[in-house]
Design a protein around this ligand. Structure first.
Ligand code: SAH
Ligand code: SF4
Ligand code: F3S
Length: 471
């Protein structure tokens, strides 16, 4: 077993991966081995799994949904809340029996959870049947680790503390041919006191604009219509680059790329929303009218304890400015209930803010203690019962608002990018509006991949039903 603490990637390291990919492709030529990846957590992880799938595909593996058929199984993990970790450990335990039955199978675990020392210790001690363990900073090295593991009986462990380099040109196997994720910035410098992400994803690193633009141009050439720019905080884009460029500048450049029709991005930190960005959203035709703007709490005291660096008043000011400049914009958010020190009054402030903003939808979370974060040691941790009651009250309130807001859409005609057939009703197609709402409607499958106009006839909290107006 080896644990390394590299933080810089050399050209030789990268070249080595390419060589191994080629060697493996030759080795696998007549064998048709299969891989299966299970992904937990946010879009960052979903996109990392697309890179793992890309490397495996180039090495001659094909994808399977069925664990039983797989020669390589990867779990790409998330540790943002304790619940996620418990679930993942549960799943990993289930693999033991599979490994006993099929000892040649390669089991790998990677992603954010592996950046926690105690987790790696637990895997070493309690899950010895795992073959490969690696983290978020050395994903590019997966081909080398896989090759090593195929030639070894022990667990290969390779975790880096950080990575100051960005490795470009990792092959990507994207889930579908219409919408694509594109990283623009990695890591996070914000250290919200509840959050583990900066510890497991490292400091902010922006990709060079030409790398981003080239990737999006190739996506456009391949027929992709929509891209979502990814980062823990896309609004810090460019702060660490030697050239003067910010997120809004990047959006102007991307908007000029022919073939791409819709641009989205996530996530935005309210402290960094500039007027320049709001005006870009107003002026750029391809930027969709949707902003995910996590508020976390409506109480100034809690926002301060969370180290969010904005007040409730400033947040509301941004919301008003967005609505004044971008008619019809959908606004969604993340909210945590039960942060240490949250009183009934603080929670009421959150409910009042939700009523005032009237979000289109909200992801709501119960505060979860994360080891090593400042909030873990804070006094006045909130009782579990109270946390659950608050969550329920918040969800009920937001559901009513979501239903009311969607109801206002009835009778309106919206542009929908058709993504596929509906899972529930095979006669229906499904797609999304520019405001990121899901619409189901009856039409022929030839329209998949096209933009159509749909009239909204019925709505629920999360989805809407419509009828096709024009192709
Ligand atoms: N970078 C993004 C999202 C990070 S994680 C952002 O800043 O918005 C996604 C969401 O998980 C956060 O917005 C927060 O609401 C929630 N979250 C993060 N840490 C948490 C914790 N310890 N307990 C509960 N929810 C948490
Ligand atoms: Fe976590 Fe805050 Fe960074 Fe988002 S901005 S990843 S919530 S530390
Ligand atoms: Fe989870 Fe890592 Fe994302 S901790 S939320 S997968 S950055």
């Amino acid at each position: 077993m080896s644990e390394r603490k590299e933080i810089l990637v050399s050209d030789d390291d990268i070249k080595k991966q390419k060589e191994i990919i080629n060697q493996m492709a030759v080795l696998n030529r007549d064998r048709y081995p299969k891989f299966h990846i299970e992904t937990y957590g946010c879009q960052m992880n979903v996109h990392d799994s697309e890179k793992l799938a890309g490397m495996l595909t180039e090495m001659g593996y094909t994808h399977t949904d069925n664990l039983e058929d797989a020669d390589v199984i990867l779990f790409n993990t998330c540790c943002v809340r304790e619940h996620a970790e418990i679930r993942i450990f549960g799943r990993v335990s289930q693999l033991k029996e599979l490994k006993q039955r099929k000892p040649n199978i390669i089991l790998g675990i990677c992603g954010c959870m592996m950046q926690e020392k105690e987790v790696v210790e637990a895997i070493k001690n309690d899950y010895p049947y795992i073959d490969i363990v690696f983290g978020t900073h050395n994903l590019f090295k997966f081909p080398e680790l896989l090759q090593e593991s195929l030639n070894s009986d022990t667990t290969i462990i390779d975790i880096w503390d950080d990575n100051k380099s960005i490795v470009e040109d990792i092959p990507i196997r994207r889930a579908e041919g219409l919408k694509a994720w594109v990283n623009i910035i990695y890591g996070c410098n914000n250290f919200c006191t509840y959050c583990i992400v900066p510890y497991v994803r490292g400091r902010e690193k922006s990709r060079e604009p030409h790398d981003i633009l080239n990737e999006i141009k190739s996506l456009a050439n391949e027929g992709f219509k929509e891209i979502t720019l990814l980062g823990q905080n896309v609004n810090s884009y460019g702060n660490d680059l030697p050239i003067k460029i910010d997120f809004a500048d990047l959006l102007y450049m991307i908007n000029d790329i022919d073939g791409i029709e819709r641009i989205r991005f996530m996530t935005s930190h309210p402290k960094d929303i500039s007027d320049k960005l709001i005006f870009a959203m107003r002026d750029l035709d391809k930027l969709c009218e949707h902003l995910h703007l996590p508020v976390q709490s409506g109480s100034n005291k809690i926002l301060e304890r969370m180290n969010r660096k904005y007040s409730r008043e400033r947040y509301l000011e941004i919301i008003n400015k967005l609505r004044d400049n971008i008619p019809g914009i959908a606004i969604t958010t993340d909210i945590i209930v039960g942060f240490p020190g949250e009183t009934d009054k603080d929670f009421q402030d959150t409910l009042d803010l939700v009523k005032e903003v009237r979000y289109d939808s909200a992801y709501t979370f119960i505060y979860s203690k994360r080891k090593g974060t400042p909030a873990e040691k804070m006094s006045n941790q909130v009782d579990e019962d109270i946390k659950h009651k608050r969550l329920e009250e918040l969800i009920n309130l937001q559901n009513i608002i979501s239903i009311e807001k969607n109801n206002e859409m009835k009778g309106k005609v919206v542009e929908v990018l058709v993504e596929g057939t509906s899972k529930r009703d095979s006669e229906k197609l499904t797609g999304r509006t520019r405001t990121n709402k899901i619409v189901h409607f009856k039409a022929k499958p030839e329209l998949i991949g096209k933009f159509v106009n749909v009239k909204i006839i019925d709505t629920k909290a999360w989805t809407m039903q419509g009828e096709l107006i024009s192709e």
